[in-house]
Design a protein around this ligand. Structure first.
Ligand SMILES: [Zn+2]
Length: 108
């Protein structure tokens, strides 16, 4: 069943229940995340997160490393302390815009 779009949804960031984040948005819940690694300067390093949008549960990529624009990450997903800056905006999707601060997605 598709997730109802809610641009004012506040939800805790939790690890996606299926490792690798390969399940679709119809069964993944808003706010679920999966860390991914990528090759950076010849080394496999934490590259970012796959996020199921807090507003609509569509899959979006949040790079936290690499040569391009990316988010700064502090804290830990599983400890419920993950913070990403700057804000997250699903601009090519539902339009949810907000912050992940200390493990909680909150709309602006
Ligand atoms: Zn969305």
């Amino acid at each position: 069943m598709p997730t109802e779009i809610d641009l004012k949804r506040t939800v805790r960031a939790v690890r996606n229940r299926i490792e690798g984040g390969l399940d679709g948005p119809d069964i993944s819940q808003p706010g679920e995340m999966t860390p991914y690694i990528q090759m950076i300067d010849g080394a496999l390093l934490p590259g970012g997160f796959t996020l199921f949008c807090p507003g609509c549960a569509e899959r979006v990529s949040l790079p936290t490393a690499g040569p391009g624009p990316h988010w700064a990450a502090t804290g830990d997903l599983d400890a419920g302390t993950l913070t990403l800056t700057p804000s997250i905006w699903h601009s090519n999707g539902c339009g949810w815009h907000g912050y992940l601060t200390n493990g909680v997605f909150s709309p602006v």
